[in-house]
Every structure is written in C-alpha cells, then in structure tokens.
Write a protein that binds this ligand. Structure first.
Ligand SMILES: [Zn+2]
Length: 347
C-alpha cells in the first residue's frame, strides 16, 4: 500500500495535469478495493461524495451518486438496470460502510429509476410529487411497449455497429447498443417501485457528517426535475437537466424555462457538476448547455423563417462545441421537437 502511494505521488508530480488526478484516484480505489464494476467507474468528488459514471459496454446508462451522510448513505439515480444497481449498492457499502437509507430519483425517465427495486423497501425512495405521478403513469405503458420495440432496436443498432468502419460512428452506435441491451436484459426482472417520500419545492436530508438539499424545478428536462446540492462542497448532481459532451434529450422538455433553471444552477457556482450523462464537469458545462439550447432554437427559427427544410439539419450545422458531441442520434428528434415548439410559438 505504501509503495502504491509513493508511486501515485511521483507520477502525479512528474506527468499529471490537474484533470488526471481523478483518473489516478479511480485506479487507486479499484486497486485497493480489488473490485470494479463493468457498468460504471467511481469518481471521488470529496471525502464521502462520489459519482458513478456509466462506462461503455455497461448497463448503467445514466450517472449515479453516492453520498455518505454519516452512519447512513444516499444513492442518487440508481441506473436503468437492476443488475447495474446491484453493483452500485456494493460500491456504496464498500465506500461508506453504512447502509443505503435514501434513494433519490431526479425525474421519471426509465434510466434513472429502474434500480429502485434493489434498494427498496430497506431504503426510502424520494422524488418530487409530480415525478412520482409520472412514474406511476408512464412505467406500465413504457415496459409493455419496450417488450415489442427494444429487440428490434437492439438488432438494428448492433447491425449498424458491426457494419461501420468509422471510429466516431461506432462509438455512437455502441452507446445505443448499450441502452437497448441494458433494457432488453432487465425488462423481464423490472418491478416498478414508486417513491414513498415526496416533496414539492425543497427537501433537506440531515446527517451527522453532511446534509444534502434536494431542489425541485418545474418544466425543465421534464415536467418535474430535481437537483441534489451538497452545501459547503460546491457539488451539484443535476440529473438530465445537464448533459456534458452529448446532445441532451429535449423531447419531453420546455426549452425556455429549462434555460432559466440552468441559470439558477449556474448561479450556485458549483465547482463539480455531475450530469445525467457524460463526464463530471464544472459550471462552464452549464453555460455550454444553455448555449446548445439557444443555438438550436436560433438555427431552426432561422430556417423556418427562410422557408427552408429543417429535417436536413446535422451536427455539422451546429456551432463548433456541439459538432462532435455524443448522442447525435438524438439530434433529429431534438430538431423535430424544437421545430414544432417554434411553429406553435409563431402561430
Ligand atoms: Zn431524462
């Protein structure tokens, strides 16, 4: 253990830029614990606060959080697949040594809620009141529909992945294969577990080591989203209100008020931001997300006013930072959604 510490210190001083320290810590934790998940990697944000970031080939899909409140642990967004959530439970127990007593769902989308069953009923599942209603309303229908379309989508993206020889395109197809494979494997085992503790605007959970604030917003990425703030540590878990290095899913959202919400989060001056999808970032990534929504809206409005076709919009038409973002398969749906939204506005 001592020699590994020395090695870490030497390597850090010799070759490591600041961003590399996190990677070193990930390797260090895995080496020390002798355990790693194929679904996610753990990133330490502060003593007792961790992000679990989806890795390619895994079944996590969204990012999760683990927070040591002191004698009790909180898990944020327990993934799409119960299989990946089992690993999240194991990671939480190893990192904090305390039982998981709270599970938080940031919003109703399947990739953020289907691990609930691994933690409940031992843990209390928490969400906004509206998110609870949306889960109750959508999940039975979504599960039924997925049984039919997921095998076809998995086959389609697997074939596209195997056929492609372009590295960037292959990465995109791999992301979609991960999503549909995680769904396909987990659908037979999923039981919908609804949140049992709900709130409207804000909820603080107190611990002996730290507290966390859950703050609700209406009409952002969905009708109801919440963020988790770790006071005094400038850490925010945003759920899908923020995507980093990837096109967000706009189609259930409200572009104007979503931007207002992002400005409120930006005003909190977080130094570490854990998005719903993508790597851990900072407040600069919140600015990027605002810029993305504004740029797409501007591009589509301009084309509509010029009487041009919006369906041909591709990542190449987007401003520079967004040309190479992941999830470009979301762009056509974002374009259609935004075009409908603008046309309604113009009427
Ligand atoms: Zn979402």
């Amino acid at each position: 253990m001592q020699s590994f510490r020395n090695l870490r210190f030497t390597v850090t001083r010799m070759v490591c830029p600041k961003w590399c320290l996190l990677g070193i810590w990930v390797v260090f934790w895995h080496a020390q614990s002798g355990w790693a998940s194929r679904h996610f990697k753990i990133e330490k944000l502060s003593d007792g606060v961790y992000a679990a970031i989806h890795i390619e080939g895994g079944d996590a899909i969204c990012n999760a959080g683990i927070v040591d409140l002191g004698e009790k642990t909180l898990v944020f967004d327990p993934f799409i697949s119960p299989l990946a959530a089992h690993d999240l439970l194991k990671a939480a127990q190893r990192l904090t040594g305390s039982p998981v007593v709270y599970v938080v769902n940031s919003h109703f989308h399947n990739d953020h809620i289907r691990g609930n069953q691994v933690f409940a009923p031992g843990a209390t599942v928490i969400a906004t009141s509206r998110t609870r209603s949306l889960i109750a309303q959508h999940e039975p229908r979504a599960l039924e529909a997925e049984k039919h379309y997921v095998p076809k989508q998995l086959e389609k993206f697997t074939a596209a992945y195997n056929k492609s020889h372009d590295a960037k395109e292959k990465t995109e197809f791999a992301l979609m294969v991960d999503y549909y494979r995680a769904l396909s494997e987990s659908i037979p085992h999923v039981q919908t577990v609804l949140p049992v503790l709900t709130f409207e605007k804000e909820l603080t959970l107190y611990g002996t080591r730290r507290n966390v604030r859950l703050v609700a917003f209406e009409k952002g990425h969905t009708e109801s989203d919440l963020i988790m703030v770790v006071p005094g540590e400038e850490i925010v878990f945003t759920g899908d209100l923020l995507f980093i290095d990837g096109h967000p899913w706009l189609a259930d959202g409200f572009p104007e008020s979503w931007i207002d919400i992002l400005k409120v989060i930006r005003g909190m001056n977080p130094t570490k931001v854990v998005p719903g999808h993508g790597p851990v970032g900072s407040h600069a990534d919140i600015d990027n997300m605002i810029h993305y929504i504004q740029s797409l809206e501007h591009l589509i409005r301009q084309r509509i006013q010029e009487g041009r076709n919006v369906d041909t919009i591709s990542p190449r038409d987007m401003p520079k930072p967004f040309k190479h973002w992941h999830f470009h398969t979301f762009l056509p749906m974002n374009v259609r959604f935004m075009a409908d939204h603008i046309r309604k506005d113009l009427k």
